[in-house]
Structures are given as structure tokens and as C-alpha cells.
Write a protein that binds this ligand. Sequence first.
Ligand code: NAI
Length: 328
Amino acid sequence: MKILFYDATSYDKESFDKELEYFKEIEVTYQETDISEKTVSLAEGYDAICAFVNSDLSAGVLEKLHEIGISLILLRCAGFNNVDLEKAKAYGITVLRVPGYSPEAVAEHAMALALCVNRHIHKSYIKVRENNFSLVGLTGVDFYGKTAGIIGTGKIGAAMCRICRGFGMRVIAYDMYHNPDLDFVEYKELEDVLKESDLISLHCPLTEETHHLVNAETIRMMKDNVVFVNTSRGALVHTEDLIQGIRSGKFFGVGLDVYEEESANVFENREDELLESSITARLLSFPNVVVTSHQGFLTKEALAAISEITLQNAMDFEKGQIKEGNRV
Ligand code: NAI
């Protein structure tokens, strides 16, 4: 099987090349540019393409993939909101993903963001490098004894619940499905989770229902001085409302690994550009906001698992033995 691998980075090549030693039937060609209507024709002659979380898999791209005979998309990620699923189905294109690789990787990043904004690590790192050892402006709060509110308690949310429990926090959560492994978690209505939590972390998928789940109304319900973290998907949050909330002093700190309008930024080096996107520029202007570039998944363990499952998905497709849980 010949796979064209779009948007390839050095860390992708490293982890996939290691794994390819166990998949001799697969040949991968790495392509640095991402898929788009302009670059889709590069896939001609391949059996499948491999794409990532922000790759453009909208109707136009899928139509062209179909025209050149591609019937398999291998997503090397869990999320699939970038894929026009109706069109994929209509064109008979199978889309496979990696539903879970290292939930702990993302949950640990969520806690890293929460700790960073709470204890002002981003500020003290810069200050100390400038020989400024003053502690003024660096006061945080203990997470110990406080309440963590986790929205979505699937694989990553459950890992975040366990981490918060390890910090000595009371853990409450909102999810339609109560995870039976989390006997230490109190499930509550969304409104109560928002009202009672000192730390709120989002771990639900982006769906029609969860789109802009965090908005002016739900922000108003939150406690003053809440620490808010989003490592899930940008559009779970109405960013204009979040910015208003930050301006009004609602948040002690905000940690965002994902945000609306991240697509132009994510995984790109734009250091020579003036950032025109007002959302990115405004988010970066607040001293109590830390933004990372969709890196929650980026650990060696997660990359190894992603490569293995993606290549196994390709083999399973070839043999007609697709794992239904991996089908989008
Ligand atoms: P999962 O499918 O194991 O869990 C999602 C949970 O959200 C489920 O328990 C589901 O019942 C719940 N849920 C669905 N709709 C909900 C709603 N309206 N309100 C509350 N809960 C709701 O997914 P997993 O693996 O835990 O991933 C969660 C999200 O994390 C993904 O959808 C993806 O957006 C994001 N993610 C981010 C990464 C990063 O690098 N920052 C990497 C991987 C995933």
C-alpha cells in the first residue's frame, strides 16, 4: 500500500519510520505541505492519504480525492471535525482515525497550562532571565482542597480527573455518560459544575451541541477568579465572549492549547509576520493567558502509539478487517 503523508514534520517522520519496520507492506512518502485543493493532486497514484487534525478535508478536497481514486483517509489524530463526513460517505471514502493514543499526554498538558497560569511560570521564566528576582505579581492559589470541574469524562477527561485527584482536589464533572471508573468524581449538571469549580477544564468533543459551550452566559455562571483551560477544540469556546470575560477580570488565568482561528497558526512558524488575526493577537495580549499551539498530544509515547495505530488501520483496511471504533 502506498500512502501520501501530508503536512509531515521531523517528529512525524521519526516516529513513523521507526514503526514502518514492522509494516513492510506499506510505503510512505512524506510531503511537507498540507492537503488543500491545490495540493490534493499530488496524491494521484497513491492508495491512501494520511492527514492531521487541521488538514483541509472539506467537500472540495474530498471531491478531488475521489476523482483521483483515493478511497482511504488515514487521520493520525482523534478529532475529525475537519472532515466533511457526509461528502466522504457519498464518495465512498473510508476515514479511519486514532481514537486514543495517550490520553495522559493531553491531560498532563491541560494541568501544565493550569499550573502555568496559576503560578505565573510564564512570567517568572522571563523575569528571572532578566535578573528580576522580585516576586511581586506572582502570587498564585493552592489547587489542593479546591474544586476541579471537568467537562467530558472520556479517555482524556478521566485522566485529568485522576491528575486533579492527585493534587488533593475535589473533582466534579459534567458528561451525559458517567464513567464507572471514576468513583471519586461527583457528576453534576453543567450549570453546577460551572458555578462550583475553581479550575474548569474542557475535554468534550466539538459537536453541534458543544459548539460555543463556553459563552457569555456560561462564563457569567463561573466563579470569579476561576482558572479555565481548553485543550479540546477551539470552537467549544466563543472567543469574543472569552475575551470580554478576561477583560472584565473574571478569570484568574486562562490556558489555551486550542482556540478559534488557530488553523492559520497551528504548526507554522510565523515569526516574521505581523499577526493580523485579531483573536490570536488579542489573546496573546493578556498577561494571565497562556496559549500553546495544539501540542497537547505531543509526547514520545503518544507519537509512537499514533504511528502504530495509523499503520495498523491501513493494514486492517487492506484486509477488510477495520476496527469499527477507529472508523469515523
Ligand atoms: P472521548 O470520546 O474518550 O471522550 C469524550 C467525552 O465527552 C465522552 O465521555 C462524551 O460522553 C463526552 N461528551 C460528549 N458530548 C458532551 C457534552 N455535550 N457535554 C459533556 N460531555 C460530552 O474523547 P477523548 O479521547 O477524551 O478526547 C476528547 C477531546 O480532546 C477530543 O474530542 C479532541 O477534541 C481533544 N483532543 C485534543 C488533543 C490536543 O492535542 N490538544 C489531542 C487529542 C484530543
